[in-house]
Design a protein around this ligand. Structure first.
Ligand code: ARG
Length: 446
């Protein structure tokens, strides 16, 4: 092969990351070969010992990767054969690199799904910790980025615990389809040497065995799904990032990033920039790109294995690294976030946040909601620009808008009373918020 072609097509520089999976797969394969009588038990033992040795060499950085050998599979097999001779040369019986790489990828994705779930859990614990720490703090809730209605800050943090919980659900769903053994599919049509695939599956902890060899060597749905799950996590983190960035501005002043997780400006000495949040928002673009890249690689591929499939790896690895790093940064950054309770209190004291409560007051007195909405609309319009606050309008004036207003209207403008009334499941009453914190603490335990 021309050097330029070899350099173009090699994958060892990046697929070496799969060495643990490759070695585990080869040991299980050797076990099946021995059971089928293709190699002796003695040969199987030598293969296993050799592979374990290679695994240690790679993890300690002592392994010499041969750049002239195309991929991780050939590098490992080559060194194995040098170590143990003839037995090493028997390992690839009834196996192709096509089902081998499909296996490595599935083992890798399974490992990474578990790791991602653990990191999500850690981040959820940080969010629940913040919710607990600031349990009584009220903030304006926003829609259209306009002050809307009051909520507990804890309710806000718990909203992100929910979206991350969906990510975990999605990952475990993805696990179902990843958890299928492709080994034994050969290049595309199995082999005349028949191995006990069910037993290999048990050895490698797969729940199922693939049922069609053509499909099994070309199926990368699980990679797409996993990369989609990772893109979704990125999207969730980018939304959290965006809120924190806005909340950290001088205009809001709700939060302050710790020194450890922010940067100063090289020019303006007063600045503290939320770079971690901005980068997370930005890296989400890469995560979407990786998903597009894999989907496009798979588009219109002919049946079974095609070398295009090698292009699934770098995008996958990049998404794994990006999301792992982002989850780690957020888990560390959130507990150190300074919450400016004073600013939040001030902002949530805005009586306009309770305009809907005022309309609901009229509804409780018998007025139709549309009418009540219109009435309060008129009252708000009347106070606007006149330096008057919704909560400070004298009863006599209110009565001009509706005779249903009474002395008890004053109670409407108590934020905590308003929140206490929001008792429906999922709404932010203090009892609900406390119950949710408790619920998540139990869920995230262990
Ligand atoms: N590097 C290849 C991949 O990632 C491994 C399988 C190669 N198979 C082959 N017939 N060249 O998909």
């Amino acid at each position: 092969m021309a050097r330029v072609a070899a350099r173009y097509s090699e994958s060892q520089s990046f697929d070496r990351r799969l060495y643990r999976q490759d070695i585990a797969g080869s040991i299980a394969h050797a076990t099946a070969l021995a059971k089928a009588g293709i190699i002796s038990d003695e040969e199987k033992k030598r293969i296993e010992t050799g592979l374990r040795e290679i695994e240690r060499e790679i993890s300690s950085g002592k392994f010499l990767w041969d750049e002239s050998l195309e991929d991780v599979h050939m590098n490992i097999e080559n060194v194995l054969t040098k170590k143990i001779g003839e037995a090493g040369a028997k390992l690839h019986t009834a196996r192709s690199r096509n089902d081998q790489i499909a296996l490595d990828m599935r083992l890798y994705v399974k490992d990474e799904i578990k790791r991602t779930c653990l990191r999500i859990k850690k981040l959820q614990a940080s969010l629940v910790g913040l919710a607990q720490e600031h349990v009584g703090v009220v903030v304006p809730g926003y829609t259209h980025l306009q002050r809307a209605q009051p909520v507990f800050l804890a309710h806000y943090f718990l909203s992100h615990v929910e979206s991350l919980a969906r990510d975990t659900e999605r990952l475990s769903d993805c696990m179902e389809r990843t958890d299928v053994l492709p080994l034994g599919s050969g290049a595309l049509s199995g082999s005349t040497i028949v191995l006990d695939r069910e037993s290999i599956a048990r050895d490698l902890k797969f729940s199922r065995v693939s049922q069609n060899s053509l499909d099994a060597v070309s199926d990368r749905d699980f990679v797409c799904e996993f990369v989609f799950c990772l893109a979704m996590i990125g999207m969730h983190l980018s939304r959290l990032s965006e809120d924190l960035i806005i909340w950290g501005t001088s205009e809001f002043g709700f939060v302050e990033f710790s020194e450890e997780f922010s940067t100063g400006s090289s020019l303006m000495p007063q600045k503290k920039n939320p770079d971690m949040a901005e980068l997370t928002r930005g890296k989400t673009g890469r995560l979407y790109g990786n998903l597009m890249s894999i989907l496009t690689t798979l588009k219109a591929l002919p049946s079974s294995y095609n070398r295009d499939l090698q292009e699934d790896k770098e995008a996958l690895f990049d998404s794994v690294d990006t999301v792992n790093a982002a989850l780690e940064v957020f888990s560390g950054m959130l507990p150190k976030l300074k919450i400016n309770r004073e600013k939040m209190k001030e902002a949530s004291g805005d009586p306009n946040l309770l305009a809907t409560d005022l309309a609901e007051y009229l509804v409780k007195k018998g007025m139709a909601f549309r009418k009540a909405h219109e009435t309060v609309g008129k009252i708000v319009a009347g106070t606007m620009g006149k330096g008057m606050q919704l909560g400070a309008i004298p009863l006599t004036k209110l009565k001009k808008f509706s005779s249903l207003f009474d002395a008890d209207v004053a109670k409407v403008f108590d934020v905590r009373r308003s929140l206490s009334a929001r008792r429906a499941t999922g709404a932010p009453s203090p009892d609900n918020v406390r119950a949710q914190i408790k619920h998540w603490r139990i869920q995230l335990r262990g």
